[in-house]
Design a protein around this ligand. Structure first.
Ligand SMILES: Cc1cc2nc3c(=O)[nH]c(=O)nc-3n(C[C@H](O)[C@H](O)[C@H](O)COP(=O)(O)OP(=O)(O)OC[C@H]3O[C@@H](n4cnc5c(N)ncnc54)[C@H](O)[C@@H]3O)c2cc1C
Length: 725
């Protein structure tokens, strides 16, 4: 047993012992109205003999009763008034009750808080955040209104994040009014026949009003603060639009569409290409490339399927042309024509927020127009981050923004390709170009690629990339780029450091994929004083400093996915248009994502790494895809489904899937988590045979097997034996 566990045990033993003594010595009989009235003469005698000593003894007893959460605090307060009078009675009761409350608070914190936080983990997050923000207000309200049981508040507050000093101070002030009422009642003890009548409905209502007051005052203060940010601007008398959206990527398109669907007058401003990063530089081209690369790899390993393995013959130019053809094929979904047909006005030009209600749009021909609007949604996205490595501009590089056009000009994929960055984009590109013939070296500073995933997943990813010929170098820090012109040939190098030793890696093309930074400058945020950090700072309603200006998508974070951008778009649009009636907090509770390397890696909710970091207890169930009929038939018998559940329950905390079509298979778990369906429900659902989706049912089956009722089964065995005679 650890020292801490022993101390806890000792504390529990002490509490039990003292509580037992209280009951054994007839505490409950003493702490009644009758008991108090009977003993009053005796108290008066003690008080005459030694008032200070009695005050101290009485105070100590009061502290003990409240610290142990024993019944009788109300009687003690009455007694304080009856014995010591209004002033001293209030002083003694106020300090003793607060001290006792704080001891109870500490005990609950010491004995139970870690366990409760570990047990309920993420579910307590909103409560923890609320308490960290407004804990003092909540406590004050609870203290003022004497209907909330005193000891329950003490114990509950011990479990949530509120500082002890705050707890003490707020409790003492908050309980003062109630204490006064009861102490005063105690001075008239003879007239009291029941505890219920002490606080009249009128007094109780006053307490409730007093308790709610701080919250109302806080809301009013917030309202005033919000108004103050507008003070230096002149609000237009009327507005040209209900909503102007800046940026036509996933976030902007969906925001504008929702606005138009509910009949608002919406203008969508796009400076560059409709569809934003996802269509033009991100998801769409990368997935098109991945498909060609995968086919090339399958041809190379055709013997795996009983065919002759071949070295794929292809024109890299045509592969890249197909990528652009795919973009062109998807483009109509995000086109000006489509959105105009949906009722959105689309203006092509650079949008700049001039004041909280005005956007200036500068068209390519230099002409400008200004439109006023009730609300603005900033959906300006992110751009690739280029690390400030000395020499990088001299050697040249491509990013996801420039790669698709630059490589489309090449006849063959670059012979020596250096991919800087071990995140999802870097991994997808590294594997694809390796499969298309490049000798790829991938540099990652962290010890693992795809560092957000569990180490075993990162390791699998590394193995699969390595199998495709990628030289994955983790723990390598890029220091600088160098260029040498020798014999009329330009040689380019990246200098990296690994284990304190510098290495030079020569390359023909450098892909910079070290992350993407939100677009924050140049379109008015600075002029309006809208705070930005790595992203635009918003509250949970996606409001910026100005409550009529919202941000969504990559520019707002915290995620950088197309589906989270469109998810946020709903909140931005609805809050922007109807927030004066009701605002909605963005729900980030179930966020899925996938990395489309081969095999795919898909995740929703917690993985083991997260759960451990957050101290959340979990149970792990795993199903290996090499056991799945369809995966075997497809030659895709690798990977696994890993499900984290609440210990002893089938409630899903998170899922990591590695395997063929993992991104698609994940959808069932996303649905289950979103709607609170457990593994039992997945197990009880028919899955078509033979499909990869059966993996989801199989992992639920594994969980069920591990939770089979062993005792009942033993009895059933006996029953069947008996039936056989
Ligand atoms: C290589 C790569 C692969 C990816 N793969 C995936 C994937 O598989 N799945 C996934 O979910 N996500 C993926 N992503 C991420 C995804 O592309 C982004 O999360 C998504 O595009 C974000 O959408 P957004 O609307 O916030 O921003 P964007 O798509 O960047 O759109 C912002 C738009 O705003 C415009 N704009 C900016 N400022 C102004 C202004 N002042 N005036 C007018 N217009 C302006 C820009 O021109 C741009 O078109 C990938 C990204 C990359 C780079």
């Amino acid at each position: 047993m650890t020292m801490k566990a022993a101390q806890r045990l000792a504390l529990v033993a002490l509490v039990i012992l003292l509580a037992w003594a209280f009951f054994a010595w007839g505490g409950p009989q003493w702490l009644t109205l009758e008991g108090l009235k009977t003993g009053l003469d005796q108290f008066a005698a003690w008080k005459n003999a030694s008032p200070v000593l009695l005050g101290l003894v009485f105070g100590a007893a009061y502290v003990l009763v409240t610290a142990l959460s024993l019944p009788g605090a109300v009687i003690m307060t009455l007694a304080a008034g009856a014995i010591f009078g209004l002033f001293w009675g209030t002083v003694i009761a106020s300090f003793a009750s607060t001290l006792g409350a704080t001891l109870a608070f500490w005990s609950a914190r010491y004995l139970l808080r870690d366990w409760v936080q570990a047990r309920f983990g993420d579910r307590l997050k909103p409560i923890n955040e609320g308490m960290a923000r407004d804990g003092a207000f909540y406590l004050f309200t609870l203290r003022l209104v004497p209907v909330f049981p005193f000891f329950v508040i003490n114990l509950l507050m011990g479990l949530v994040p509120i500082r002890s000093l705050t707890f003490y101070g707020v409790s003492q002030v908050g309980m003062l009014a109630g204490t006064l009422v009861y102490v005063n009642a105690g001075t008239q003890l003879a007239q009291i026949n029941s505890l219920a009548g002490i606080v009249s409905p009128g007094v109780m209502l006053s307490f409730v009003l007093l308790g709610v007051f701080p919250l109302v005052a806080k809301a009013a203060l917030g309202w005033l603060q919000r108004r103050r940010v507008y003070a230096r601007w002149t609000r237009p008398r009327s507005y040209d639009r209900n909503l102007i959206v800046i940026g036509a990527g996933a976030a902007g398109l969906v925001t504008a569409y929702i606005g138009a669907a509910v009949k608002a007058k919406v203008t969508l401003v796009e400076a560059h290409k409709m569809g934003g990063d996802c269509l033009n530089y991100g998801c769409v081209p990368s997935k098109a490339l991945i498909k060609s690369a995968k086919l090339a790899s399958q041809m190379r390993h055709a013997d795996h399927y009983g065919l002759s393995a071949t070295v794929p013959q292809f024109s890299f130019r045509q592969v890249m042309a197909r990528v652009h053809a795919v973009i062109a094929a998807v483009a109509p979904h995000d086109s000006v024509e489509r959105y105009e047909s949906l009722g959105v006005e689309v203006l092509q030009g650079y949008g700049r927020v001039v004041d909280p209600w005005t956007v200036e749009i500068k068209a390519a021909d230099g002409s400008t127009q200004r439109l006023t609007t009730r609300s603005i949604v900033i959906a300006a996205g992110a751009r690739p981050f280029v690390p400030p490595l000395p020499g990088i501009e001299e050697v040249g590089y491509v990013t996801s923004d420039t790669l698709w056009d630059a490589f489309a000009q090449l006849d063959a994929s670059p012979a020596r390709l250096l991919v800087l960055g071990g995140g999802p984009i870097g991994c997808e590109l590294a594997q694809s170009f390796a499969r298309l013939g490049s000798a790829v070296t991938q540099i990652e500073m962290a010890p693992h690629i795809m560092a957000r995933e569990d180490v075993e997943v990162s390791e699998l990813a590394r193995q699969s990339l390595t199998r495709d010929g990628v030289d994955v170098r983790t723990g390598h820090k890029a220091l600088r780029c160098e260029r040498e012109d020798r014999d009329g040939v330009t040689h380019k190098y990246l200098v990296v450091e690994h284990d304190g030793v510098e290495q030079r890696i020569e390359f023909d093309a450098l892909v910079c994929a070290v992350g993407r930074a939100a677009r924050l400058k140049g379109y008015g945020l600075e002029d309006l004083g809208i705070p930005t950090e790595r992203t635009v700072v918003t509250n949970e309603y996606l409001e910026t400093l100005y409550p009529n200006i919202y941000a969504a998508g990559d520019v707002a974070g915290p995620y950088q996915f197309t589906h989270t951008a469109s998810h946020q778009a709903w909140y931005a649009a609805v809050n922007a248009l109807f927030g004066h009636f009701k605002r909605f907090k963005v729900d980030y509770s179930v966020i899925p994502w996938a990395t489309f390397i081969d095999p795919e890696v898909a995740r929703v909710g917690l993985n083991e790494q997260d759960a451990k970091e957050k101290g959340i207890a979990y149970e792990l169930t795993r199903y290996r895809l090499d056991d799945l009929d369809r995966a075997i038939a497809d030659g895709a018998a690798y990977g696994f489904v890993k499900v984290l559940t609440v210990p002893g329950k089938d409630r899903i905390l998170g899922v990591t899937l590695v395997g063929e079509h993992a991104g698609d298979l994940l959808a069932e778990f996303v649905l289950a988590m979103k709607h609170g369906l457990g593994l039992n429900k997945i197990l009880g659902t028919i899955h078509t045979y033979p499909t990869l989706a059966e993996a989801n049912k199989s992992v639920a089956g594994e969980w069920k097997r591990a939770h089979a009722p062993q005792r009942l089964l033993a009895w059933l065995q006996r029953y069947h034996a008996w039936r056989r005679g």
